[in-house]
Write a protein that binds this ligand. Structure first.
Ligand SMILES: [Zn+2]
Length: 236
């Protein structure tokens, strides 16, 4: 689509002195030459005589300028955040877990919006998830989130690696009972341990987990907690 740029004519007149019809005529000229009825402002900026801003100012918006020229208006409807976040809840429910942004695809009707849309809106996927978390909290959680992630009777005994890492970082990789640290003594092995044992109803949540060295954990084991190897985390 070779549309001859007519930048040179810029200097001969001031666009603001031109009647609307001149501006409209140029829009139509570029559209006709390009063989399209729809035109982005970026395309017009490259091939048109005037600046897209000049037209947008004159007609109120770029779309209004297109409308005045009888061209198709590009829809730039901004999807409300709540719609995006509700869709995320649907996908979450469908998958039964937190989706990755790559899983957000319109293919196969998985999601109504692409992952890229979330990144554009929220800056990063991480930010989108944070917005989602705040959104679900505001809604009372249960309403939008699947039962099995929010309202599960009790989390599993198994401590996922993410949660283990979170506990270790929170506790500065120190045993909470004796302060032993693998950084100071390579022989020290740290465990992530249920404070209230799982067998006694303790949940696998951050507040009920602590970092203990193997020695302290064995000592604690005598007072209720068995299988010390289970939550074993070796930090080398
Ligand atoms: Zn210890």
């Amino acid at each position: 689509m070779a549309v001859a740029p007519r930048r040179s004519s810029f200097v001969h007149f001031k666009p603001r002195d031109l009647p609307d019809r001149e501006l409209v005529r140029d829009l139509r000229r570029v559209a006709r030459a390009a063989g399209r009825r729809r035109m982005t402002s970026a395309f017009y900026a490259e091939h048109g005589t005037f600046r897209p801003n000049t037209l947008a100012r004159r007609f109120g918006s770029w779309n209004a300028a297109l409308g005045a020229a009888g061209l198709e208006v590009t829809q730039h409807w901004r999807v409300p955040d709540a719609v995006l976040l509700n869709n995320l809840a649907d996908v979450w429910r469908r998958l039964g877990r937190q989706p990755t942004w790559r899983e957000l695809t319109k293919r196969g009707g998985v999601s109504k919006f692409a992952g890229a849309t979330y990144k554009r809106r929220f800056g990063t996927w991480h930010n989108a998830l944070r917005a989602f978390e705040a959104f679900t909290r505001k809604r009372g959680g249960r309403e939008v989130l699947p039962r099995r992630t929010r309202a599960a009777a009790r989390p599993a005994r198994e401590i996922g690696w993410r949660l283990r890492a979170t506990v270790l970082i929170r506790d500065n990789c120190l045993c909470r009972m004796c302060g032993a640290s693998p950084a100071k003594d390579p022989a020290v092995t740290l465990h992530v341990d249920h404070i209230v044992p799982w067998s006694k109803g303790g949940e696998t949540v951050l507040a009920n987990l602590q970092t203990l060295c193997a020695v302290c954990n064995i000592g604690k084991g005598n007072t209720g907690k068995g299988n010390i190897g289970k939550g074993d985390v070796r930090t080398t």
